[in-house]
Design a protein around this ligand. Structure first.
Ligand code: KG4
Ligand code: ZN
Length: 337
């Protein structure tokens, strides 16, 4: 089978610190395996690229085997092999793309090079009856914060992005300042549940900048100023107030972007879309504004291969494939500059 709507796709994602493999039949998910390296990176308080790459190399083959086992298919049945080609850590990207290319060559099947950001962006549509449709996409991950107008598969307009730290990066850096384990995001979220979000009036940076850009580094600095007094402050209040400031800006700018572009659907994606307060406030704001909100289930918000496989399956169904000399691109953009 060269392409079609029900081909079997095996997708590999190794852009950062998760080794992930998914198997899809058409756009139906048969298996999704994620081997997290968090335990490794907790020791260093962040990702060390060489450590990440070595671990991808160590676990990729067993993770592929587990995914095939879960899906109940053999490698020889796969119709196309896909991998994330960027953005991400060069050495990590090289492991996944080399494996997918090798399999494609070995089994004489097409190879599909996929953009990690497109994977995140379209993940909220995965499993929906309508599939990809016009929407405002907000990607909030450890590496990116961007508002995107989605017109159709492969047709995106970048409305705005962060000028410094990504939202997830801000959560992780503030987590580190507060002495929480890596990555800080989920820990801040958990602690914030017990805290008072109005305890500290942290800046809502660029809320009224009149565009769709973001900035989170000032907020991180505002938290740093509290550090000398931290021992006497309720940690939960700091977490809740910081989180509220991030969430307020994300929600407000997303709703404004939908209004400005006359979109009726909001598609929220990326690791930070696991955040309970963001989900809650985005849901309430979308309801008030008469917008339909799509959020992927939490397992598809953080890095996974199912979202890579979904984009690959949609492109494969259109007859697309990538040349085997398609290189990795650590700085790959969603929309070419
Ligand atoms: O999408 P992702 O898995 O990887 C990237 O492509 O970057 O996102 C990871 C980011 C990390 O910064 C992590 O702290 C954040 O998502 N994150 C959260 C939560 N869960 C994950 N941030 C806030 N609240 C959460 N519950
Ligand atoms: Zn990601």
């Amino acid at each position: 089978m060269r392409s079609g709507t029900s081909g079997l796709v095996l997708a590999i994602e190794t852009s950062c610190d998760e080794t992930a493999v998914a198997v899809l039949r058409g756009t139906q998910l048969l298996a999704s395996e994620v081997a997290s390296q968090i335990a490794l990176h907790v020791i260093t308080g962040g990702v060390v690229p060489e450590v990440a790459a070595r671990d991808h190399l160590r676990v990729l083959k067993p993770v592929i085997q587990r995914a095939l086992g879960d899906a109940g298919i053999a490698l020889a049945e796969v119709d196309a092999f896909a991998a994330t080609r960027g953005p991400g850590l060069a050495t990590s990207l090289m492991i996944g793309t080399s494996a997918a290319k090798g399999l494609a060559v070995g089994f004489r099947k097409p190879y599909l090079a996929i953009n990690h950001l497109e994977g995140h962006l379209l993940s909220p549509f995965f499993g929906t009856a309508e599939g990809v449709r016009p929407a405002i996409g907000l990607i909030v991950s450890g590496g990116h914060t961007m508002l995107v107008q989605i017109e159709a598969l492969g047709r995106y307009q970048l409305l705005g992005q962060t000028q410094d730290d990504a939202a997830g990066e801000a959560f992780d850096k503030v987590g580190k300042l507060l002495g929480l384990p890596y990555p800080g995001g989920p820990h801040v979220d958990r602690l914030a549940k017990e805290g008072n979000a109005a305890a500290f009036d942290f800046p809502r940076s660029m809320l009224d900048s009149g565009d769709f850009a973001f900035s989170f580094s000032g907020l991180k600095t505002a938290v740093r100023y509290l550090l000398p007094k931290l021992a006497t402050l309720p940690l939960a209040d700091v977490c809740a107030s910081f989180q509220e400031a991030v969430v307020d800006v994300l929600v407000e700018k997303t709703v404004r972007a939908a209004r400005a572009t006359r979109q009726r659907v909001v598609a929220l994606s990326g690791g930070v879309s696991c955040n309970s307060r963001l989900r809650e406030k985005m849901r309430a704001a979308c309801e008030r504004a008469g917008l339909e909100l799509l959020i992927a289930p939490p397992a598809l918000c953080t890095d996974n291969a199912a979202m890579i496989g979904y984009v690959a399956a949609l492109k494969f169904a259109q007859g697309a494939s990538s040349p085997l000399d398609a290189d990795i691109d650590p700085n790959l953009r969603l929309v070419p500059a």
